[in-house]
Write a protein that binds this ligand. Structure first.
Ligand code: SF4
Length: 259
């Protein structure tokens, strides 16, 4: 008589057959590869050289600016950092400035007390552990106080030219709204976008999506009549399906962003 305790055990050979038959996980997006190619081709015509709107002068000031930008607008951060970076554009100079005077510079930015603490602590860590230089790997960057995965991705992309996807509020909204890479968390959206965006568009995709979200596919009311992908878009919120003329946009004006 068979031992009932063994009934639920799957033999290794059966198990490996099941695994062999399992299809690879489908890439979760509402768009075919041809549609995704076309979406990013149009973004590339509109903004051939997209750039971030946070002002900075070197990798250190970029790390500081991105760390200060959490729950704040780029415009607000730029206003505060213009004077700050003239006197403190290295970790050493930031420590010389000190936490109290740093707080005075950034007090118009939300959560400034905590952010000032973090900037001083990250400056100290850069000197102690990284010879005063901003590290070039994500694992090292996220060790810095106040630097999370999103900040690290922005720094890797803007300072070191790596293709990354820093999922901010605009990217998270667009990925879900138009079903390009739906996900419940920023990490899920990041992983999906890295898979669904055609490789040759990946480097600039982060900025294209942010700028599309900031100026066209806005949070409260997407301006579909001004959208170059209105015919391709599969958002239930879409109010227009004729694409706007595909022309290169004037250079971005820093300070224009409102969201
Ligand atoms: S058509 Fe409307 S909803 Fe779709 S991407 Fe454009 S602005 Fe956003």
């Amino acid at each position: 008589m068979a031992n009932p305790k063994l009934k639920s055990v799957t033999r290794p050979s059966q198990n490996s057959n099941v695994i062999a038959r399992r299809k690879p996980a489908a890439v979760k997006t509402a768009y075919s590869l041809a549609e995704r190619e076309e979406i990013f081709r149009r973004f590339s015509v509109q903004r051939p050289e997209p750039r971030g709107e946070l002002e900075h002068t070197n990798p250190f000031t970029l790390v500081v600016a991105v760390a200060l930008s959490a729950q704040a607008t780029d415009v607000g951060v730029n206003k505060a950092t213009r004077a700050l970076f003239q006197i403190a554009d290295t970790p050493e100079k930031m420590l010389d400035l000190g936490e109290e005077r740093l707080r005075d510079h950034i007090r118009t930015i939300g959560l400034y007390r905590n952010k000032a603490k973090n900037v001083i602590a990250l400056s100290q860590m850069l000197i102690d552990d990284f010879a005063g230089k901003v590290p070039e790997t994500r694992d090292e960057l996220v060790k810095l106080p106040g630097v999370g995965r999103k900040t690290a991705n922005v720094v890797l992309s803007m300072a070191f030219g790596q293709a990354t996807m820093a999922v901010d509020t605009h990217i998270f909204r667009i990925a879900n709204r138009i079903k390009l890479a739906p996900g419940k968390t920023p990490d899920e959206v990041e992983a999906r976008l890295m898979k669904v965006i055609p490789q040759h568009y990946l480097y600039h995709a982060h900025h294209w999506l942010i700028l599309h979200g900031r100026y066209t596919c806005k949070a409260r009311r997407p301006e579909c009549e001004r959208c170059v992908i209105a015919d391709l878009c599969k958002s239930p919120e879409k109010s227009w399906d004729v694409p706007a003329p595909l022309v290169e946009l004037p250079p971005q004006v820093i300070g224009e962003a409102v969201e």
